[in-house]
Write a protein that binds this ligand. Sequence first.
Ligand code: ACO
Length: 445
Amino acid sequence: MGSSANTETNGNAPPPSSNQKPPATNGVDGSHPPPPPLTPDQAIIESDPSKKRKMGMLPLEVGTRVMCRWRDGKHHPVKVIERRRIHNGGQNDYEYYVHYTEFNRRLDEWTQLDQLDLDSVECAVDEKVEDKVTSLKMTRHQKRKIDETHIEGHEELDAASLREHEEFTKVKNISTIELGKYEIETWYFSPFPPEYNDCVKLFFCEFCLNFMKRKEQLQRHMRKCDLKHPPGDEIYRSGTLSMFEVDGKKNKVYAQNLCYLAKLFLDHKTLYYDVDLFLFYVLCECDDRGCHMVGYFSKEKHSEEAYNLACILTLPSYQRKGYGKFLIAFSYELSKKEGKVGTPERPLSDLGLLSYRGYWTRVLLEILKKHKGNISIKELSDVTAIKAEDILSTLQSLELIQYRKGQHVICADPKVLDRHLKAAGRGGLDVDASKLIWTPYKDQS
Ligand SMILES: CC(=O)SCCNC(=O)CCNC(=O)[C@H](O)C(C)(C)COP(=O)(O)OP(=O)(O)OC[C@H]1O[C@@H](n2cnc3c(N)ncnc32)[C@H](O)[C@@H]1OP(=O)(O)O
């Protein structure tokens, strides 16, 4: 991604480029100056009507749907989300920020013209904001009354504000971060303070999560930063894994930094600055250099809706190693200690849903496999702290609930259970509940 290119935000035709030729003037004798010789490219355009037609489409409008060559070498349908002039390029030399309509938004990216198949251009119409409002209403029905993240109140936004919000978040601002020993490509927009608007890469202190624009700043900071683990109580330790509980009220800056960082990998979340109402459970791999963050989840101090987890993230460098299921299992261990059932806050992301479905399936089917005799959803919920609705939806999706003699019964044929368990993937890292030293949050104010 070239940082020198300018991003157009209004979708209007671009201003003339600086290297555009001045308008032709007549010679002093009134005669027209001889036309400049054709460049090879122009010569082809003249003789190739299809290319001429294609050049006439350029620059492509925001909203255009076209096929685009992806990293797998194949063409996939995309929608142009944004475009920007290429520095020192010609009048039609643009890069296009595209959304692959078959894929998640995290794969949105800047592409060059030669990746786009202009023969496949479909239209140049942008969606109506009203349509967006409708679709948001369908998927973002949940209201939050408080801070941290999420899509609170979008339903109440008028069309103009909604458009402004979508305009603002549609293109990823930071493309990579450095955190500890990893350089990580980001997935989504995150609302860093305006002074970071011109940054493509940010450098995070892996301990206090302060972020900087330049590597040298980070190096200077690392010489001074005396934190070696998240600023909270270590409530769990097993082997090299430790979990820290950070109170958003007591460690506001850390919690805000964590939210900025997390938003880079969480879509459909709005970040606010008041993190007081949340606890953050930060999972670390520890060695003699310190405790290195692997992932975290946040939890409301008081949830009327029985949410036991607000946001969950495993940093990309640690994903698919079982940490996600560990974090989920941990959130249920906390619920068990509280004597409550819990559920994650909605909406779940695609990866969130996969992880939860995998976790619920494994936990429930392991119990059903071992259990002799009848067991009800309520009993399953009491043992696992999983909310009854989540148990029901999981078992229904596995077609393990049948309606017999006027009531719903769980049908647990051992062979079917084994098949589902196999399909549910690996179990993830185990939480050893005996190593959890924790008391539920009590308001001290
Ligand atoms: C309430 C909410 O916060 S919803 C938002 C959830 N968070 C996000 O979407 C943020 C970005 N994503 C993430 O941080 C991670 O993908 C998480 C937290 C969802 C999962 O973390 P991970 O550490 O990768 O989870 P874990 O290794 O335990 O795998 C969980 C299961 O989810 C599924 N899964 C996770 N990632 C993928 C993937 N990229 N492709 C396919 N399946 C996947 C698999 O079934 C996997 O189990 P398996 O590896 O045994 O097959």
